[in-house]
Ligand binder design. Sequence first.
Ligand code: ATP
Length: 483
Amino acid sequence: MAPGGAAPGGGVNGWPIPKAFHTKWAASGTVSTCSLVAVSTPETTTATNDPDLFDKVVNLSKRRGIVFQSAEIYGGFRSTYDYGPIGVLLLRNVKDAWWRSMVQERHDVVGVDTAILTPPAVFEASGHLANFTDPLVDCKKCNERFREDQLDDPTTCPNCEAVGSFTEARAFNLMFKTQAGPIEGSGADVYLRPETAQGIFTNFMNVLNTSRKKPPFGIAQIGKSFRNEITPGNFVFRTREFEQMEMEFFVPPAEASQWYEYWCNERYQWYVDLGIPAEELRMRPHDADELSHYSSDTSDVEFLFPWGWGELEGVANRGDFDLTQHAEHSKERIEYFDQAKGEKYVPHVIEPAAGATRSMMAFLMSAYDEEVVNDDTRTVLRLDHRLAPYKVAVLPLSKKDTLTPTAHEVFDMVKVRYQADYDETQSIGKRYARQDEIGTPYCITVDFDTLEDRAVTVRERDTREQDRVSIDQLPAYLQERLG
Ligand code: ATP
């Protein structure tokens, strides 16, 4: 079939009419009351504790164009990373999966995209100027700096093993400050946001007045955040520039604890639905001494990284702290008037705040697998199809001109629906291995028989099973498997 041509059996470009999307309605008053205990898992050792897993994933990331050290040609910049041709697709798919489940499939959440550069007044009100600090200690012997709260033994330097060599802890503000405009001076100070949430709070009334939503409803945002972390590390787990996926859910005060439980369950389930096994995830409620003064409850979704449990996302019941602070500092009215009840109130906020880059790393770690096939070790990323960077790869068996037109025809057919790769270099075995390593679910091989029978070989990533499929049937075949 020619690109753009009419398809036998209807549809567009050979594609059947898509199935209706599944829609999730979480009506007010029908929130889940599932207990957190139900989603907690015991601290068991799993495959992610492979001592070499971390190095293997970092090496794969560099070798296959997932993540590169930033400014590498100048020796590298330890605290930021660049996403390569495969990584940019994987990260985008993580963000798309979040947006789909948090915005597209809900009637009660809308999105925004707010500015990164933020005036100090916002962080004065939010408390970030005064309180967004980590306790910093210096070792007087080797001059290394550490976060005191992350030291296993606060008396011994993990770098040089000196005992009692630390300075008194100092509160170190994690926000990056810069200057806006050509005139320097304190009046020009601005900050790079350390979280996306404040842009949501400062726009609460704008969204309320323009979106025709009323509590309970949410405002979601995906974007870059910046923190001058004292100890960045563990690859993209902790960087100074990273991406967040945050949603502020505004609710009538009396419904706050129900919605908190609801969002804890939803957010835990999101990672499970996208393929992370339950034994590699847990929901950890914060102890009383970890809670911020305004939060009545916070739980973290944690993943079992090779070095132990690490936070992917925090779900917090923040009360009315944020909106009240911004109302007081801006002197603006920030509240909701419930016409049916004839009463005004400041909504309470439930905040699920996730890291996009950190979650991407967890999906990578969890999907990484090795298996021995015919005495060779095959590396395969068993990513959920929705996260796979390429859904399909088109591989002409040889570079010979005779196969090229049909291979291009197949690529043109699949590219309208799926992110697809086209690769005609090296042996077919090496090309399969490369696609397995980047998690491509289906490889389509065009061979010399294709010229006779108008059929291609489709190889599935996880089982390596192959089907012979006629080109005309390819859209339906792929749609059944990839959606
Ligand atoms: P941590 O305790 O790891 O410093 P946090 O509790 O300060 O994290 P939040 O402020 O709750 O993190 O931010 C929400 C999410 O943003 C985190 O769960 C994490 O996934 C992500 N995140 C926070 N800081 C970083 C960072 N420096 N690098 C990458 N992701 C981050």
